[in-house]
Design a protein. Structure first.
Length: 72
């Protein structure tokens, strides 16, 4: 690596630090945020998630019925 290239890399790093230091908190958070792709689930994992969703809907219905029946 040549001396000029090393100096340019050092300058880029210090320049980046200046830019990051001048950002406001919410802007800095947005710059540092990493986006991860969705994970592909296998068949059994999808089944378990759907079973939990159905169970949750069933339990919501049970609670609503219990509240309604206790009110009457």
């Amino acid at each position: 690596m040549t001396k000029a290239k090393k100096e340019r890399i050092a300058f880029d790093a210090s320049e980046e630090q200046l830019v990051l230091a001048s950002l406001e908190r919410d802007q800095l958070t947005e710059v540092k945020k990493h986006h991860f792709p969705r994970r592909r689930l296998k068949g059994f994992q999808v089944f378990v998630l759907w079973a939990l969703r159905i169970y949750l809907l069933f339990m919501i219905a049970v609670v609503i019925y219990q509240v309604w029946s206790s009110a009457h």
